[in-house]
Ligand binder design. Structure first.
Ligand code: TRH
Length: 435
């Protein structure tokens, strides 16, 4: 519920977070007294109804660093909060082009639009906070993107301070549980920002999982016609024979891919590779000696058949994971989706300077491989390290442990579900603060 009355930004001359010298600003007291900004005072006098008596309003701010995961996580969270918790959700996002890749119905030239009941504001400048300042009950600052100063100042003016959450990047490291839900007082305003840490273990915020996901997955697995339809739509061909191993490949550029393609080419059993067009497509084109490997392309060498797939809208990505036997995923959101798909998977972690990503990789392996037989756990770790720049991948060894990896994948999906879905955990915490 938005307690504040919208008022034209032009009358807003609130001291920004920037130093006063940085921009001419009417002191807040003057802004409050001027008749034009009287709506600003309305929150101070509006009757306080419990925010829980009407839909909770939530603003999510997302600055896309690169790739698709920032907006991928925010959009999935927004859809869950709106669809499963009936929140009024507004997403401020700066890069509509990245967003449109996973949400094709988004229009690139609109400052504001509604998609699936969610208001999408083009966050066209760091200081932009919409044509009017309407502070929500819950404000989610995704991945430390820094809220517009004018919005923070308006948060401080709100009769009931909003629940302000900093949604962190996912990490499987143990320290995450110690920092999850830690409050951080604002240096100047009577506001508190709470750090919300996703995670793979107890005591963290968990990871996103739609309530309908398991049912949708089971329906796909139980319907040969649904699978056949998917194969024809995705590749133009029927599903391959059961003797083939189907591999999905969503990765950054990766020097290990050349060796893996050769191993797949020389594999004793047929390999069908499904690669959404993207950063790995250049390597596939070179391997098949093609000028490009765009969506719709198909090529064969030895026992390897590769299809380049069109980038689907976000809800369509899961079916690729369900249709495959082994999933190569990357970043954060597809990494989580592979865990829910309950198939053996290989993670191309978002590379960081000085190999800072490797401890994060090992932390995830520690959770995921903890109950694997030692030989299978070692093989998985070697393969994940090779896929992340340390050593050479050994596909035959990975395949030798496929049965143990498949058993573990199913177990892990159940264990991860016990941590609770991130959207539900976040909604519960926010409501506990709004009482
Ligand atoms: O695209 P990414 O590499 O995003 C990265 C990571 O999130 C990383 O943690 C972050 O620091 C960096 O961005 C800034 O990988 P990720 O996280 O898997 O996001 C991809 C999104 O794209 C995910 O939501 C799934 C979606 N997707 C589709 O919607 N359709 C598709 O066809 C494919 C292949 C993916």
């Amino acid at each position: 519920m938005r307690l504040d009355r919208p008022f034209p930004l032009a009358t807003q001359a609130i001291m920004s977070d920037a130093s006063p010298a940085a921009e001419p600003a009417t002191p807040l007291s003057a802004a409050l007294s001027s008749p034009l900004s009287s709506p600003l005072s309305s929150p101070l006098s509006s009757p306080l109804s419990s925010p829980l008596s009407s839909p909770i309003a939530c603003d999510i701010f997302c600055a896309v660093i690169d790739n698709f995961g920032d907006i991928g996580v925010c959009w999935r969270l927004a859809r869950q909060l709106a669809g499963e918790h009936d929140w009024q959700v507004r997403v401020f996002v700066d890069d509509l082009h990245a967003f449109q890749k996973l949400c094709p119905s988004l229009e690139l030239d609109r400052a504001r639009q509604t998609v699936e009941g969610i208001v999408v504001e083009h966050w066209h400048a760091p200081t932009h906070a919409g044509d009017t300042i309407e502070v929500a009950d819950v404000v989610i600052e995704a991945f430390g993107c820094e809220l517009p100063p004018i919005y923070v100042a308006a948060m401080a003016q709100r009769e009931r301070a909003p629940v302000w959450l900093n949604l962190e990047y996912l990490s499987a490291e143990d320290w995450v549980a110690d920092f999850h839900l830690r409050p951080s007082p604002h240096p100047r305003f009577a506001l508190t920002k709470t750090f919300f840490f996703p995670g793979l273990g107890p005591g963290t915020g968990g990871v996103l999982k739609e309530q309908q996901l398991d049912a949708d997955h089971a329906a796909f697995d139980d319907s040969p016609s649904a699978r056949e339809t998917w194969w024809l739509q995705a590749t133009g061909r029927p599903a391959p024979p059961a003797t083939a191993t189907v591999v999905s490949l969503f990765a950054y550029e990766n020097p290990a891919v050349d060796s893996l393609l050769e191993q797949w080419r020389d594999s004793a059993d047929p390999i069908v590779l499904l690669a959404p067009e993207g950063r790995i497509s250049g390597a596939l084109a070179r391997f098949f000696d093609l000028p490009s490997f765009a969506a719709g392309a198909c090529a064969e060498r030895g026992n390897l058949t590769a299809h380049s797939l069109a980038f689907t809208e976000q809800s369509g990505y899961d079916a690729l994971l369900w249709a495959s036997d082994v999933n190569f995923v990357r970043g954060e959101d597809s990494f989580v989706r592979a865990q829910w798909a309950a198939k053996p998977f290989v993670w191309h972690i978002y590379p960081q300077a000085d190999d800072a990503h490797l401890p994060k990789l090992d932390a995830a392996l520690a959770h995921y491989g903890s109950t694997l037989p030692a030989a299978a756990n070692d093989a998985l770790a070697r393969f994940w390290h090779a896929w992340n720049g340390v050593g050479q991948p050994d596909w035959a060894e990975f395949q030798r442990h496929r049965e143990a990896l498949q058993t573990r994948a199913v177990e892990w999906a159940a264990e991860l579900a016990h941590v609770g879905d991130l959207a539900g955990n976040l909604a519960s915490f926010a409501k506990s603060q709004l009482k």
